[in-house]
Design a binder for this molecule. Structure first.
Ligand SMILES: C[S@@+](CC[C@H](N)C(=O)[O-])C[C@H]1O[C@@H](n2cnc3c(N)ncnc32)[C@H](O)[C@@H]1O
Length: 196
């Protein structure tokens, strides 16, 4: 049984970092923030906002991580080609979430991703992504979370939940200032006096 995100990652031996491509300043701020928070809450190890800097997103994500715990990393402004090249040079694979990809439910793609045992750079787009994203040079796997268009945030959440088999919803985040005690009704928040 995993108690923390790090234990969950250690037990499955593959870590996942999300790369967000195509963020448009102002227009995509809220959605990119939600993707980063979803990645964190569902036990990805980090988030890279490629090619652009948006300080307000960085502030929000780092603030949430400080308050709610965990070791989630947030980087921005990195060139997407360099990130992918470095990732592959370090032995990782690239998984691109796209409506056109192998269906996560009807194919054996998820098993094949697990069988690699390698760390995963998970690409999510926004506007139309470059055609080369679909190629074998960039993406080792193109995965459709169903083959109907929806959203990078929903695709990300479902992929992570399938990958971690729901265990990501049970973990306690390390170094948290606060923790929610689940209730049938009302709100109960435990404050960690040592951290505040
Ligand atoms: C709003 S969609 C835009 C897709 C865009 N029209 C294109 O051609 O790539 C933004 C992102 O959501 C993700 N996405 C949307 N639907 C998806 C699906 N069914 N499966 C996997 N990813 C999906 C992809 O990462 C995509 O780049």
């Amino acid at each position: 049984m995993e108690n923390t995100p790090n234990q969950l990652i250690d037990n499955c031996s593959q870590k996942i970092v999300v790369l967000r491509w195509g963020h448009r300043i102002h227009r995509d701020s809220r959605l990119t923030t939600h993707c980063a928070l979803t990645a964190r809450a569902m036990c990805a190890s980090g988030f890279i906002l490629a090619d652009i800097e948006d300080k307000s997103i960085e502030k929000t994500v780092q603030g949430i991580t400080k308050h709610w715990g965990g070791d989630f990393t947030f980087q921005m402004g990195l060139n997407w080609r360099s990130v992918i090249r470095d990732w592959k040079n370090k032995g990782g694979i690239v998984v691109h979430l796209t409506v056109y990809g192998e269906n996560i439910q009807t194919s054996n793609a998820l098993s094949r991703i697990r069988e690699t045992g390698k760390n995963i750079l998970l690409l999510i787009g926004s506007q139309k992504v470059p055609g080369e994203f679909y190629s074998t040079e960039i993406s080792d796997f193109n995965i459709g979370v169903g083959n109907q268009p929806h959203s990078e945030c929903s695709a990300l959440a479902i992929f992570l939940d399938r990958f971690f088999e729901g265990k990501e919803l049970t973990v306690d985040f390390e170094k948290a200032e606060v923790k929610i005690i689940p209730q049938q009704h009302g709100k109960n928040i435990k404050v960690n006096e040592e951290k505040t």
